[in-house]
Write a protein that binds this ligand. Sequence first.
Ligand SMILES: Nc1nc2c(ncn2[C@@H]2O[C@H](COP(=O)(O)OP(=O)(O)OP(=O)(O)O)[C@@H](O)[C@H]2O)c(=O)[nH]1
Ligand SMILES: [Mg+2]
Length: 201
Amino acid sequence: MSGKSLLLKVILLGDGGVGKSSIMNRYVTNKFDSQAFHTIGVEFLNRDLEVDGRLVTLQIWDTAGQERFKSLRTPFYRGADCCLLTFSVDDRQSFHNLSGWRKEFIFYADVKEPEHFPFVVLGNKVDKNNREVSTGEAQGWCSENGGYPYLETSAKDDTNVAGAFEEAVRQVLAMEEHMDHTVFGHTVDLYHSDRSKSVCC
Ligand SMILES: Nc1nc2c(ncn2[C@@H]2O[C@H](COP(=O)(O)OP(=O)(O)OP(=O)(O)O)[C@@H](O)[C@H]2O)c(=O)[nH]1
Ligand SMILES: [Mg+2]
């Protein structure tokens, strides 16, 4: 296990009321408030964890989902290592809005290669029995829209909350590994292209 802790910024996005603050608070403080207030702007909390032998400090950014707070949240998207796109399984509209959230994130975070960015999709409030979005439908959207991992959570019951953040870390680490290999590949390519140039001139 490496002794050095890696600082990762993960950001929770999704409609107002889907449970973003509740997920963050459940994970960091192990508390749940059944009458939580809407977030205004952004808030963040840190938590250390270990994933596959790597020590990680997660900086979790919780954003305000209500449309009227858009200008307060978007300046904080830059530098995020992973984005947790969140909807509530008892709210079909929040599921339909996932594409819009992804688009907003890519634009304001200025993501250069959106197809390689680690998104994770969370279907929250699985403890409720008035479900409007099935597991299969959500999984279908994830596989058609970039092959994102999908996790069903309940901040209330503490279902899969830790698992969601661990998955986020795994996605980032996997991406880093992929980038390392890509950079190595490019180095070799550049070497060859330089040589061919010198032959030409
Ligand atoms: N039953 C149930 N209720 C939940 C769950 N998560 C959150 N809630 C409730 O849903 C309401 C909204 O939760 P929040 O965490 O404030 O939602 P949010 O996504 O942060 O909303 P904004 O800050 O407006 O963007 C609150 O009353 C929570 O208690 C859950 O897993 N199950
Ligand atoms: Mg909130």
